[in-house]
Design a protein. Structure first.
Ligand code: GRF
Length: 195
């Protein structure tokens, strides 16, 4: 039912798996530790390797993602530390059904360097945000947020780990609520097969 998208160490993915969310496939955009996490859990992996060369064709890559996901017929896509901005084709095909967790209190500190930016800005707290992905990066409707304190001796890695500890709890809960909402909406429409 859920396709998880990952690129990194896979600790967020691991939290989704531990929460027993129905993840049917893990798609990665590069060889990464998240593959091992999926492998240990016996979840099929789709490696759709992206290029980092200049001129990377995001639209073509997005079509490849769609093709890889299609046989799995995901109802929901959960980005779990996915390092590629999704192109319009994926967002259109799964509009309103792609979730992401981001390590800041959006709308503050969008983008790849959210933790470093929070440190640089000298804020006393930052946090994490679960939101629906839209074409504009890190700007979609917010589903859940939680604040995390910033300590004076933090570096990017200690602060990010403190944020991730919250993400590993908040994201599975938010996904579960979202799935319940989808199911209720399907039932009220009289769908024969609800997610
Ligand atoms: C998380 O902080 C998530 O918000 C961000 O990427 C990180 C993934 O962590 N998008 P991990 O690789 O799963 O440990």
């Amino acid at each position: 039912m859920i396709a998880a998208l990952a690129s990194g160490t896979g600790t967020i993915l691991e939290a989704l798996i531990s929460a027993e969310l129905p993840i049917e496939v893990v798609l990665v955009d590069r060889p990464c530790a998240a593959e091992k996490v999926a492998e240990r859990a016996g979840i099929p992996i789709e490696l759709v390797e992206r290029s980092f060369a200049p001129g990377f064709d995001r639209d073509a890559y997005s079509e490849s993602i769609l093709a890889a996901l299609a046989p799995h017929r995901p109802r929901l896509i959960a980005m779990a530390g996915f390092g590629t901005v999704l192109g319009a084709a994926v967002l259109a095909a799964h509009a309103g059904r792609i979730l992401n967790t981001h390590p800041s209190l959006l709308p503050a500190f969008k983008g790849w360097h959210a933790v470093a930016q929070a440190l640089g800005a000298g804020v006393s707290e930052t946090g994490c945000t679960v939101h629906i992905a839209t074409l504009e990066v890190d700007a979609g409707p917010i589903l859940a947020q939680e604040a995390v304190p910033v300590y004076s001796d933090d570096d990017e890695s200690t602060l990010h780990e403190r944020i991730k500890q919250v993400e590993r709890r908040l994201y599975p809960t938010a996904i579960r609520c979202f799935l319940a909402g989808m199911q209720a909406a399907g039932a009220s429409r009289g769908d024969k097969e609800v997610p």
